[in-house]
Ligand binder design. Structure first.
Ligand code: ADP
Length: 465
């Protein structure tokens, strides 16, 4: 049984709590990755629209504005109200995300629920953001005030659109900033729909604005903007570098970057490290079996375990990396080809006999490709796990606590999973070492990325001291 396709309700820019067309009058198509066909056209924002949205966000941030004078607890209540509205429209949001992104329905369900959880988590923070009183030298009264940074640009990727929406929407607004968001051009639909809930929840005019459009135009206009105070980006390392440079060339806006990853999962032979090779063949056989049995197809069909890739570019990139694996001497255990002639489907693919120098071992694939690599000692696996430019995450499977903790300490990664993989929660920070970016999302650390600290020192009357 499949799930019915959702209707698209909104396709415009959202500025000052109003829907509007792009100034240029241009639109761009958003495609269904399962069929390669167009879902609908969306208004295409670029620099002129970004200027308008930034100026709306700036006005909403002015001292004395409704947003700046609102009690922090009320800010929290608005975020909770927004999360309640997402909950009300959950079934629709899951379907819309599945249609637009192509992830199987259960993953989209998890994404929507996790996004709601993150917004609720940050709703609770809104009135608990405060500084310290500090006993400084001399006769002074000194304290710190934690303030919002100002106008925040939030640039989203296509991989987990609604999840990343929540991860950035929650903390930026809980801290009292105003926002201009740009969703990824491949997956704008859920972000645009959520704008209608911003209005319904009752956020003041200009607090949250959304400009769908392309990276080199709308995205770059945000990165280069002199009146944007902070930019939070999730996407490729390549674009992360461009954004960093744009910040340096404009107003040194604060930048947090969550970029690519190549996160190894280490599976130990608990009986004896020297016998690790013994489990290799068994592990490969099992992986091959699971991959070959995996149901690939329409993400709205409940039998489906794997949907399509997001677009033709990504689809071609993955197939090209698979070819490189074959050419460089890895053994293709199963998969390796496209599925069908419509949409962007790729067979679940497993490679064995992979060595560190191969592209499939070094580059982020972002597709259904498993590379299984042999190792012998703990020292070696730590060294080899770190032999990558990335440092987003890493995992280890073992019952031996000492091995788990030794690996955890040695590996250069923002997250280490022990006997689990890809676990997230709003309370725990997430981010990368090395070229996986910097700054953190989620948790208290994620909130502080949206805050400035002001130190206040007041001289006291010396005669009375
Ligand atoms: P991926 O390579 O994972 O597709 P990208 O890094 O290209 O992801 O895109 C992530 C987000 O960054 C998207 O919203 C995209 O539109 C935006 N983007 C792409 N290029 C730029 C740019 N030059 N400046 C700002 N944003 C950009």
């Amino acid at each position: 049984m499949g799930v019915e396709k959702p209707q698209v309700k909104h396709t415009q820019l959202f500025i000052n709590n109003e829907w509007r067309n792009s100034k240029s009058g241009k639109t761009f198509p958003t495609m269904n990755p399962s069929t390669g066909e167009k879902i609908c056209d969306i208004q295409e924002g670029d620099k002129a629209d970004v200027d308008l949205a930034v100026s709306a966000a700036r006005s909403a941030f002015k001292l004395g504005s409704k947003w700046r004078t609102m009690d922090a607890s009320l800010r929290g209540r608005l975020l909770s109200k927004f999360a309640d509205l997402m909950e009300r429209d959950k079934a629709y949001l899951i379907k819309l995300e599945t249609l637009d992104n192509g992830m199987p329905f259960p993953y989209c369900q998890w994404s929507v629920e996790e996004s709601i959880r993150a917004i609720r988590y940050y709703a609770g923070w809104a009135d608990k953001i405060h500084g310290k009183t500090i006993p400084m030298n001399g006769n002074f009264f000194a304290y710190t005030r934690v303030e919002p940074i100002g106008v925040c640009a939030l640039i989203l990727p296509w991989n987990f659109p609604i999840l990343l929406f929540g991860w950035k929407f929650g903390p930026s607004l809980a801290a009292g900033n105003t926002v201009v968001m740009k969703p990824a051009e491949q997956t704008s639909l859920t972000a645009i729909y959520l704008c209608s809930l911003v209005k319904e929840a009752g956020f003041p005019v200009g607090v949250f604005n959304c400009i769908p459009g392309y990276g080199p135009t709308a995205g770059a206009a945000l990165a280069e903007h002199n009146d944007v105070d902070k930019l939070s980006f999730t996407g490729s390392t390549e674009v992360g570098k461009i954004i960093q440079i744009a910040s340096g060339k404009s107003n040194l806006k604060r930048v947090t970057l969550e970029l690519g990853g190549k996160s190894p999962l280490v599976v130990m032979d608990d009986a004896d490290l020297d016998l690790a090779e013994k489990i290799y063949d068994k592990f490969v056989a099992k992986s091959r079996e699971i991959a070959a049995a995996r149901v690939v197809g329409d993400p709205l069909d409940e039998k489906t375990a794997q949907g399509p890739q997001i677009d033709e570019e990504q689809f071609k990139k993955i197939l090209e990396l698979i070819e490189s694996g074959k050419k460089e001497g890895a053994k293709l255990e199963t998969g390796g080809k496209k599925v069908g002639s419509k949409g962007f489907f790729i067979q679940p693919t497993v490679f064995s006999n992979v060595t560190d120098g191969m592209r499939i071992a070094k580059e982020e694939i972002f597709g259904p490709v498993q590379s299984i690599i042999k190792f012998k000692t703990m020292e070696e696996v730590i060294e080899r796990s770190n032999r990558t430019n990335y440092g987003l995450a890493s995992g280890i499977m073992t019952k031996d606590l000492e091995k788990a903790l030794t690996y955890m300490q040695g590996v250069q990664a923002g997250t280490v999973w022990i006997n689990t993989f890809l676990s997230f929660s709003p309370q725990t920070p997430l981010g990368g070492y090395k070229m996986s970016g910097y700054g953190r999302e989620l948790g208290e650390d994620g909130l502080s990325e949206y805050c400035e600290i002001k130190t206040v020192m007041m001289a006291m009357d010396h005669k009375n001291s």
